[in-house]
Ligand binder design. Structure first.
Ligand code: GYE
Length: 308
């Protein structure tokens, strides 16, 4: 079998690439769109995809990765549900000489050689963008404290940690902004609603702003606010992240004030990078998704262009 490039047999390029992908779950509209993107682009790229859904559990992701190693897939990709606790299984992949690509969410490891690249958004910047929108909006609000409640994403996940940090970085520059409550809604509508109900019970009319780490939790919160007899988007400003269709619909209905875009359409890039990695090409260590901000004022105009 002779010559090798970067440890790969020379004939490898002729066979279709087998990619093992461990997905977080199906917790949100974003995630569903991400799954569709990965499955469709694998088909288009002629990649043999082995797809596993971890149902938001790290232990399931570890199991899936171990099974990909046992099956000797060419490349492993995954979107890590939480940031920490990956060293052992990533070392196993490395020992088996199977390259690992991170998509969407980051891991917290000291040995960066445990993965080849990380494709996804800059979540800290998304948090800052949410904060900047509020900073601008605050100029039009009456003087006095602006009480914010925060619906955090999954505890320990990169987007929850980073979106919190980016938002705080901006709003801490003005003492009017007070985060009076902050709790996880696990990125789901049902939990977002439940947590918002508790916030409303405790603080009711004191709440001026909801900052939700994703659209689904914002939509859940909107329901809770309406059921409490208040007007979301008016009595309480709602800020969220992702830019899924459901958020655009809520904005067009006047119930959501802004969504910060986070693109789930990572499939085509992932397939290309997986092929490059298999071919022994150098790839950048970080590939950052480009995205923007959509306030309610542009929702109707942008809606027809939205792909997820
Ligand atoms: O914002 C949320 C999903 O990791 C960026 O996960 C992703 C987040 C996204 O459940 O809706």
């Amino acid at each position: 079998l002779g010559s090798t490039i970067a440890g790969l047999p020379a004939f490898a390029a002729d066979k279709p690439l087998t990619l093992g992908f461990s997905q977080v779950g199906a917790e949100s509209e974003w995630r569903t769109a991400n799954t569709v993107s990965i499955k469709e682009s694998a088909k288009q790229a002629g990649v043999n995809l082995k797809f596993a859904d971890a149902q938001q559990k790290q232990e399931n992701q570890v199991k899936a990765i171990r099974s990909f190693i046992a099956q000797k897939v060419d490349v492993i990709a995954f979107s890590p549900v939480v940031e920490s606790g990956w060293e052992t299984v990533l070392r196993e992949a490395k020992a088996a000489k199977i390259p690992v690509i991170l998509t969407d969410r980051a891991v917290n490891v000291t040995d960066k050689s445990l993965y080849v690249t990380f494709i996804g958004s800059d979540f800290v910047e998304e948090g800052r963008r949410a904060g900047r929108w509020l900073q601008d909006k605050a100029k039009t609000l009456p003087a006095g404290d602006i009480n914010i409640v925060e619906l955090q994403g999954t505890v320990g996940s990169a987007p929850a940690i980073d979106r919190k940090a980016g938002f705080e970085e901006i709003i801490k520059t003005d003492p009017r902004f007070k985060i009076i409550r902050s709790q996880t809604g696990d990125f789901t509508r049902a939990k977002g609603k439940e947590v918002m109900e508790a916030f409303l019970k405790a603080d009711g009319k004191k709440i001026n702003v909801v900052y939700a780490h994703n659209d689904d939790m914002a939509i859940g919160a909107i329901q809770a606010i309406e059921e409490a007899g208040m007007k979301p988007g008016k009595d309480i400003l709602i800020i969220s992240i992702d830019g899924v269709k459901g958020a655009f619909e809520a904005m067009m209905a006047g119930k959501l004030n802004v969504t910060v875009e986070c693109s789930p359409l990572l499939g085509p890039q992932l397939m290309q990078i997986a092929k490059d990695v298999k071919a022994g090409k150098e790839v950048p260590k970080r590939i950052t998704t480009e995205e923007s901000v959509f306030p309610a004022e542009v929702a109707a105009k942008e809606f027809p262009n939205r792909k997820y």
